[in-house]
Design a binder for this molecule. Sequence first.
Ligand SMILES: CC(C)(COP(=O)(O)OP(=O)(O)OC[C@H]1O[C@@H](n2cnc3c(N)ncnc32)[C@H](O)[C@@H]1OP(=O)(O)O)[C@@H](O)C(=O)NCCC(=O)NCCS
Length: 174
Amino acid sequence: MQNVKITKMTSDDVNDVYDIEQLIHPEHHWSKNSFYNELANNLAVYYSVKNQDDKLVAYIGFWKIIEEAHITALAVHPDYRNMQLAQLLLIKSIDDCYKDMIKFITLEVRESNIPAINLYSKFLFESVGVRKNYYQDNGENAIIMFTQNIWYDKFKNNFNKIKNEITKVKYSYD
Ligand SMILES: CC(C)(COP(=O)(O)OP(=O)(O)OC[C@H]1O[C@@H](n2cnc3c(N)ncnc32)[C@H](O)[C@@H]1OP(=O)(O)O)[C@@H](O)C(=O)NCCC(=O)NCCS
């Protein structure tokens, strides 16, 4: 079983993050500067997952705006998929949201991105609308997903259940 560590992303991580971006989205990835700008943004929080060899294999980013969080990025290196790493990153981020008294979490996702839509649905995000032709590279629609109030029992109970089901990796926080 892999041991992984979840750490705050720093500017030293940007080259590795960019490598994954290029691999996953050859046509439409963020620039390195976008990540440097995000890391300098006080509203933004970015976490990465590093494996036991200290290789960066996954990351998430979100903005905290008053009582709402907006997930801006989430990716797992293709060789490290289906190991619950995306769930781990969401768990860390949602725990942060509780600490900051955030009530709702939202994001946009490509309507063709079934793995991501399934992932967010597992955490009880719901589709609440569509942004037509949102993605500039191919004009694809974005599905807008929102949680219910994360302090409601239904969300919390499901969240705790998912936490208890993380068994594929051993993890720690830095
Ligand atoms: C979407 C993504 C982040 C999932 O990462 P992952 O670490 O493999 O996901 P996990 O192992 O934590 O899986 C969590 C859930 O996601 C869903 N899921 C993940 N991969 C899936 C797939 N290939 N097909 C269908 N559902 C999938 C499932 O609901 C899964 O839960 P389950 O195992 O109980 O069925 C990953 O595929 C990825 O990086 N994709 C490219 C970038 C991207 O689309 N990011 C999201 C932008 S909004």
